[in-house]
Design a protein around this ligand. Sequence first.
Ligand code: NDP
Length: 278
Amino acid sequence: MSTPNGVDRYGVMGYPVSHSRSPVIHRLFALQTGQRMQYELLQVSPDHLEDAIRQFERTGGRGLNITVPHKQAVIPLCSSLSDRARTAAAANTLTFDNGEIRGDNTDGIGLLRDLAVNLGIELQQRSILILGAGGATRGIVGPLLEMQPKRLLIANRSIERAEEIVERFAEDGPVFACSFNDGQLGESFDLVINATSAGFKGERPPYPVDAVSSKTVCYDLSYGLNPTPFSVWAREQGAANSIMGWGMLVEQAAESFNIWRGIRPDTAAVLKQISVTA
Ligand code: NDP
């Protein structure tokens, strides 16, 4: 079912969500590929998540992106899950089809495409640190382990959440958990990924100073028209490079678009249109 005007309806649901650039990206994809669709920004608090998803579906919704902080909460609402969403126990893409809700997770493939293809960063036998253990981290750990890093350490404020992810992926590669003040953060990493939502809430956690050397690439999943607090911090530590998550944002969106519309947009053109250099 489409909207009364025959246009297929999509959107991104989060709390808060006003920062999201997904509507712009999907509109550019639709224009580029000639798809008739609309894409909305939907702010929904955790208490109303299930009702809001069901109502969106009833009123002609064809698919949703799910963002902070709902990626884990939507899992029990899905009738079926892709392997990557099941393994992560987190979904960022829902597809509505004849009363069924299919859950998928395109964060991992989106990050990998940006790191490996767009930026040419080698991951095999490299040491990787992820800061944060929320829904986004769940999505990126599996694909990062597939690239056979030397070691993948997840540091989180609440260590139990990092430990839970490590248990989930322990058989897939060398993945470990720690807290923000752990001794394991006393040595530098090849790649440090910020997957906390701290910056976007205006908070600055005690990022581990010794984890960054002049050889470290720092990648912030968060993005902004101005440099994010983490990307500024990374530059202050003398990192080799400090990158914001625009590329991941566009690549994960392209994968969702492909799931919904069966057509892969040209990401390079859209990335150029929406991003700025930190
Ligand atoms: P969640 O809400 O699921 O998780 C938030 C994480 O941030 C938790 O690990 C939480 O720690 C941590 N955190 C929040 N505040 C602080 C703080 N003050 N100090 C230390 N840690 C903190 O969010 P997601 O995982 O879904 O998203 C994380 C970020 O990644 C968001 O900013 C999001 O916009 C971005 N993102 C970007 C994408 C892109 O395409 N570029 C794709 C996906 C996400 P704790 O467990 O202790 O609460």
